[in-house]
Design a protein around this ligand. Structure first.
Ligand code: FAD
Length: 448
């Protein structure tokens, strides 16, 4: 495979492990003939033209933090990484906008915004590693998506390379644009199967003056879910509404900065934000809504404590993984009135398959990380955990939900989409893919 006709030699690297798997891709290891790390949009376009000419699969890779196996090259060919496409092309703090290349990390976008009194609200958990291109390709969420929406909400334009190697720009530094079919939204969440995102225009917000988390601890799941329902019915808009069930707390509670009180077996984490007076008013309302039936309510106000709380929350996934060495953590989304069912049924599914089960996640969005644990060296246990995931997908569909609220279909949920969309919806989905990528070379095997 001679790519030197289209790329400088230093942009072509030997296939090595880190480009062939993703962070929690269930041990799935892909294969590739070459890894390319282009530094410009023109180089990305040249690679795609070469692939289209030679019928070679092309798999996009951002930070490799995806949890659905989306960046794993399952059919060989070329992996295209975006880490060298990492310039901030323009930043206009007074106009609340930024134009960045796809390989800029999520944390760098957040930092640059923050240092200038602004905020890029999407906050997926692996921000130091994940890239804006990957976030857009997965339409990533996070705890604060409850108030602020997922990544796509903050993207006003995308520059992408689409088959057979054309550069297209949809949207731009515009806040409104209804001219075409919503091609931007088709690329958002397309998991590298429709085009390669090379740059994006992002919308920012003035940072809130104050952020005030309010945490309720409850004796059991029922009391906790009832508290969430009270928060939602209270008429205020929290920035985040998260929950952690009893098993999650057992595995991660030791590091909780304010101490889990006796009898605290279900946690609800909310946050008020905004201008100082507004944040205080909402925090008071949240306290009231969370107090009923609570074992304790914690409401940290010091900036350091608030940071500590969210740092702890971000580390929960790793504390869970550390328990047995293996964890399948899914991300089903259900209508809000079915939260209680998904929390309860997750435990029942785990019991049925003989694997430890727990759930936590973005309760306010009905987007729950139901998780099944296994010992990494126990093949049978791993198989049972995998079976449990399939029962969970069935449950999500029965409850009128989605098999994925933020991680995407990727490789690990292949086969689920047709069940969710039905034959006519799935056919439309397939025809969109064909319109963009008639040869089916972009990230083959994914989002199906
Ligand atoms: C500890 C932890 C916590 C997490 N928390 C969250 C969370 O709260 N919310 C959430 O939504 N996700 C979360 N994730 C999942 C993950 O971080 C996100 O899905 C993230 O958006 C992936 O970005 P990435 O750059 O790592 O993409 P990758 O994993 O490299 O790729 C993901 C998909 O995007 C495609 N892709 C990547 N770059 C491009 C590009 N430039 N153009 C076209 N396609 C591209 C790939 O082909 C693949 O299909 C978490 C992951 C971890 C490990």
């Amino acid at each position: 495979m001679d790519l030197t006709s289209v790329l400088p030699r230093e942009a072509i690297v030997e296939p090595e492990g880190r480009f062939l798997a993703d962070l929690m891709g269930r041990g799935v290891q892909g294969q590739a003939d070459a890894i390319v790390l282009p530094s410009s949009t023109e180089e990305v376009a040249a690679v795609m033209r070469w692939c289209y000419e030679h019928d070679v699969p092309l798999t996009a890779r951002g930070g490799g933090t995806g949890l659905a196996g989306g960046a794993i090259p399952v059919e060989g060919g070329i992996v295209i990484g975006f880490e060298r496409l990492n310039r901030v092309r323009q930043f206009d703090p007074l106009l609340w906008r930024m134009h960045v290349e796809a390989g800029v990390t999520t944390a760098d976008v957040q930092r640059l915004a923050r240092e200038n009194g602004l905020r890029f609200p999407p906050d997926p958990g692996a921000a130091e590693l994940s890239q804006i291109g990957g976030n857009i390709a997965c339409n990533a969420g996070g705890p604060h998506a409850f108030k602020y929406g997922v990544t796509g909400h903050w993207v006003t334009g995308i520059e992408a390379v689409v088959p057979p190697g054309e550069v297209v720009v949809v949207g731009g530094p515009l806040r409104k644009d209804v001219a075409a079919y919503d091609l931007k939204s088709l690329l958002v969440g397309s998991e590298g199967t429709l085009g390669l995102i090379t740059a994006a225009w992002l919308r920012l917000l003035p940072a809130p003056e104050l952020e005030l988390p309010v945490v309720g601890l409850y004796p059991d799941l029922d009391a906790g879910i009832t508290a969430i329902e009270r928060v939602l019915a209270s008429g205020v808009v929290p920035a985040a509404v998260e929950y952690l069930d009893a098993v999650t707390l057992r595995f991660s509670g030791d590091a909780y900065p304010f101490g889990i009180p006796d009898g605290g077996a279900f946690m609800v984490v909310t946050e008020a934000d905004g201008a100082t007076d507004e944040a205080r008013r909402v925090a008071a309302e949240l306290r009231e809504a969370l107090a009923d039936g609570a074992v304790a309510v914690h409401a940290p106000t010091e900036r350091g404590d608030v940071t500590e709380l969210w740092r702890w929350r971000a580390g929960v996934a790793f504390a869970i993984l550390a328990q047995r060495g293996g964890a399948f953590s899914e991300d089903v989304a259900v209508p809000l009135d079915r939260l209680r069912d998904v929390a309860r049924e997750t435990l029942a599914i785990g019991e049925r398959h003989g694997v430890p089960a727990l759930s936590f996640g973005h309760a306010g969005d009905g987007n729950i990380h139901s998780t099944f644990l296994f010992a990494a060296d126990e093949a049978d246990e791993q198989r049972r955990a995998d079976d449990a995931c399939h029962d969970l997908f069935d449950l999500a569909l029965q409850l009128g939900g989605s098999v994925t609220g933020e991680h995407g279909i990727g490789w690990l949920k292949r086969g689920q989409l047709e069940r969710q969309l039905g034959p006519a919806g799935y056919d439309l989905h397939r025809r969109v893919k064909q319109a963009f990528d008639p040869k089916g070379l972009l990230n083959p095997g994914k989002k199906t």
